[in-house]
Design a protein around this ligand. Structure first.
Ligand SMILES: [Zn+2]
Length: 282
């Protein structure tokens, strides 16, 4: 462990995404801060002072090489330009070019994109649509700070999920208003009713996709809605963002954790944005 202003750090290393587990029967999710090979349970630190200090170093989350700047939330420039997971088609799966023979890493594509994907409705700052690999449920929803989620359709590939999402985007947002999400100003929704309304409105678009990919390609799910809770003592009234690139030390009383954000009494920080940053935590 390193030293921070003469004190031992509780955690030292390059940041990765916080580990998050849903709480059981309405309990808040449990979070662990992860840096290097270490983990720090964060729920027990609520209400206490927490300091993260960036050492000035950044290591690529994929290859570990030092990089002066982080690309696409944690990669060095060469990885950003060559990894399939950094390609445009990950953000816009409908642009998948695997069948043109131009996938950056066909084996990675087979493992990640040719897997069952779920199209879901979530309520993070209002109704949104999203897609994720089936195995990423419910982590994906917790990472987005959703308070409710409902899987609605399942498909066999990421590209098909992309086409379905494009269709839904005609009617519903695919982005989260992170300020509203962090302020906790989110009204509850009846996701089952929203699903029924959208499936009805988009029926002809969905039947076009079924004609194209096969009748069984887009399957309706009948899963129950999921409720998600977060360990938050108090939501910020006004959102001020911390940023290691502007100030190396981020400190304050930890008031809550939601999505991949830490909520301090001094401001909020999106840890996802600083993946690969080497920090000392105390
Ligand atoms: Zn790299």
């Amino acid at each position: 462990m390193g030293e921070l202003n003469g004190r031992r750090a509780d955690l030292h290393g390059c940041l990765t995404k916080m580990a998050v587990e849903p709480g059981l029967s309405g309990a808040p999710a449990s979070y662990a801060l992860r840096a290097g090979n270490g983990e720090l349970d964060l729920n027990v630190r609520l209400g206490q002072r927490l300091t993260l200090e960036w050492t000035g170093a950044i290591a690529c989350t994929h290859c570990g090489r030092p990089t002066r700047k982080s690309f696409a939330q944690g990669y060095c420039y060469p990885c950003f330009k060559t990894l399939a997971q950094c390609d445009t088609c990950i953000v816009k799966p409908e642009l998948c070019h695997f069948f043109e023979g131009t996938c950056r890493e066909p084996e990675w594509g087979e493992r990640h994109c040719f897997q069952p994907h779920v199209i879901y409705l979530a309520n993070s700052s209002g109704l949104k649509v999203g897609i994720t690999r089936r195995t990423q449920v419910p982590t994906r929803w917790l990472d987005q700070g959703a308070i409710q989620a409902l899987p609605i359709l399942e498909v066999d590939t990421r590209q098909q999920a992309g086409f379905v999402e494009v269709l839904f985007k005609e009617q519903v947002a695919d982005r989260t208003n992170w300020r509203a999400m962090l302020k906790g100003e989110v009204d509850r929704l009846d996701l089952r009713a929203e699903r029924d309304r959208l499936l009805d409105q988009l029926a002809s678009g969905l039947s076009n996709l079924r004609e194209r990919f096969g009748e069984e390609a887009i399957r309706t799910l009948d899963a129950p809605p999921v409720e998600l809770n977060y360990p938050v003592h108090e939501f910020p009234r006004k959102i001020v963002s911390h940023n290691f690139d502007k100030r190396r030390d981020v400190a304050g009383i930890l008031m809550g954790i939601k999505g991949q954000y830490l909520l301090f009494d001094t401001g909020v920080i999106n840890l996802r944005k600083f993946t690969g940053y080497e920090v000392m935590v105390s």
